[in-house]
Structure formats: structure tokens, C-alpha cells
Design a protein around this ligand. Structure first.
Ligand code: PMV
Length: 308
């Protein structure tokens, strides 16, 4: 009987959501909220997979099928347990974190020595199989950790040498669970209805991501805040913001944030604001007063990791 424990972090999209689905770059950070996967394997027993201790087994069972097929493994009795260190409601990417941690755990327990790029590729393949859509930005954050400049499918995967925790990012949960797949489909409809406007917005978001990258690297945080505001305007134009997110964004800005935007697909989940450390408390209070939940989140978390 062998056992292994692997963790992977959740993520927060900083810039470029939606446009990344259409080939533009984005900036994403891993956050200090982790998913744990424990795997027990007894190769002397006949094949039997126990998924009873997993909440959503779709990704895990797709991984087992994929590993059986690709690597012709002799799997005995396999028991998997997952434990999410954060609530799935916030949109930090529990599915991508569980997928990445499980792929890492399978690699380790069956001595496949997969590197991070291989873990990313296999995990992304699983997500596309189960979910059908997505750029893979969340899988990239779960695999590599840190702050990433990312293009769909891992065509570009750049780990930026910058600790975001030098400044203050406040994360506010809107209280509304967003349905990422549904919103991606709504955005696709928008493209069909107004293709020219759509392309203009996507290109503008991609350009914005390329412009904010050097501002981040030179710690020009106030300017980064301005770019958050610009990005939010485009997301509003795309129709993915809503009143609750707008209220939290306005509250954060009135309390002294340099900029703020929704993070992720929109329609709910979280917003983020950037400010100096002296403003954190005031912004958190303002978000709570506007009906949101201020979350204590650290950026630049480590990627997928074998714990024992
Ligand atoms: O809702 P989230 O946090 O998973 O973010 C989705 C971001 C999109 O760009 C809309 C989709 C994607 O896979 O990149």
C-alpha cells in the first residue's frame, strides 16, 4: 500500500478574462487557498476505484481513465480523498486545483516523473473533456503558481518575477455564484451578434494586458490600478458585470483604491481592488458595508506540490 498527498492552489484573474478565450494574453496569480488530494494505492489488489470521499468526481474519474489509456497502468485498488481549503463558492478554481493535484499525484504514485508542463497539458486536456470550454489559465496557476503571463492552452507561459504581496490587493466576494461556462457561452453569442465591436473589445483587452505587464514589473501600482479601471470598462461593455460587482467596485474606489475590477467570468464571484497598505482596512470595511465579503487572500502562491 502506497500513499501520497499533493496540493495545488486556487487562482485569481488579474487582467484579461474572456479575451484570453479568444487568443489574447492574460495575467493570473495563484492564491494561498489550496486543494489537497490524497491517493492510496494497493497494486496487489484487483482494480477498484473508490471515489466515495470526493464531492465532484467528474474530473478525478476522467483523469483515471486518461492515465489508464495513455500510460497503460496496472491500477490496483485506488482510494482518493480530496479536501478543499476554501469554499467552492468564491470561484478560486476548485475544479482546476483538484485536477492539477490529482494529475500530480497520479504521476508520483505510478512513477511517471511528469514535469510541470506535462502536468499542465494533461490537466488542461481533462478540463476540456469534462467542461468543454476554457483557456486553461486556472490550470496554469494551479500547476506553476506565482504570477503568470498566459496565452490559451499554454502557448505562452511566462512566470513573472514579481511578488504582488508588496502592495495591497483587496478581494471582495459578491455573494453571487457565477456560472463560468454559461457566461462564456453568453459572450460567444455577443460575438455572433456584434462581431466588429466584439473584436475591438478583445483586441483592446489584449493590448491593455501587454501595457500593464511592465507597469507591474516596475511596481507602478497606481498605474496598475488605472489599468484595472480600464479593464473593468471593457468587461462592462461585454455585459459580464452586474450591479452587485459594480457596487463593491465603487465602494472600494471611494474608500481609496487606485483601481478595481471584477475577477473571472463575471456575473458574480469576486472583485479585486488595488491600493496602498494603509487603505486596506477602509476598503475592506467599505466592501462589507456595500454587502460584500472581504477575503484575506495572499497572491503568488506556490504551484502544485508533493506534500508527503
Ligand atoms: O470564472 P473564472 O474565475 O473561472 O474565470 C473565467 C475566465 C474566463 O476567461 C472567462 C474563462 C477562461 O477559461 O479563461
Amino acid at each position: 500500500m502506497q500513499s501520497i498527498t499533493v496540493t495545488a492552489p486556487g487562482k485569481l484573474m488579474l487582467f484579461g478574462e474572456h479575451a484570453v478565450v479568444y487568443g489574447q494574453p492574460c495575467l493570473v496569480t495563484a492564491v494561498n487557498q489550496r486543494m489537497t488530494v490524497e491517493l492510496y494505492h494497493d497494486g496487489n489488489k484487483p482494480y477498484e476505484v473508490d471515489l466515495s470521499e470526493i464531492k465532484d468526481a467528474r474530473f478525478v474519474s476522467a483523469i483515471i481513465d486518461m492515465f489508464k489509456e495513455k500510460f497503460h497502468l496496472k491500477i490496483g485498488k485506488l482510494h482518493i480523498k480530496t479536501n478543499c481549503g476554501f469554499s467552492g463558492k468564491y470561484g478560486f478554481g476548485s475544479s482546476s486545483a483538484v485536477t492539477t493535484a490529482m494529475v500530480g499525484a497520479m504521476s508520483e504514485i505510478f512513477n511517471l516523473s511528469l514535469n510541470n508542463k506535462q502536468i499542465f497539458d494533461l490537466s488542461y486536456e481533462v478540463v476540456l473533456k469534462v467542461q468543454g470550454v476554457g483557456s486553461g489559465f486556472d490550470i496554469a496557476a494551479a500547476t506553476f503558481g506565482g504570477l503568470l503571463y498566459f496565452v490559451k492552452g499554454g502557448q505562452v507561459l511566462e512566470n513573472l518575477p514579481l511578488d504582488l504581496n508588496q502592495t495591497c490587493f483587496v478581494v471582495g466576494y459578491s455573494g453571487i455564484k457565477s456560472n463560468t461556462v454559461e457566461i462564456i457561452q453568453q459572450v460567444a453569442q455577443k460575438r455572433a451578434q456584434e462581431p466588429e465591436k466584439f473584436d475591438r473589445i478583445m483586441n483592446a483587452i489584449g493590448e491593455l494586458v501587454n501595457q500593464v505587464k511592465p507597469k507591474l514589473l516596475s511596481h507602478d501600482w497606481e498605474r496598475v490600478g488605472k489599468f484595472m479601471d480600464f479593464n473593468q470598462e471593457y468587461l462592462r461593455d461585454l455585459g459580464v458585470s452586474n450591479q452587485k460587482l459594480e457596487d463593491l467596485i465603487a465602494a472600494a474606489k471611494n474608500a481609496g483604491a487606485w483601481g478595481a475590477k471584477l475577477s473571472g467570468a463575471g456575473g458574480g464571484d469576486c472583485m479585486i481592488a488595488i491600493s496602498g497598505n494603509d487603505k486596506r482596512e477602509a476598503i475592506e470595511k467599505a466592501i462589507e458595508k456595500a454587502g460584500g465579503e472581504a477575503l484575506n487572500i495572499k497572491m503568488n502562491a506556490e504551484g502544485v506540490k508533493i506534500e508527503r
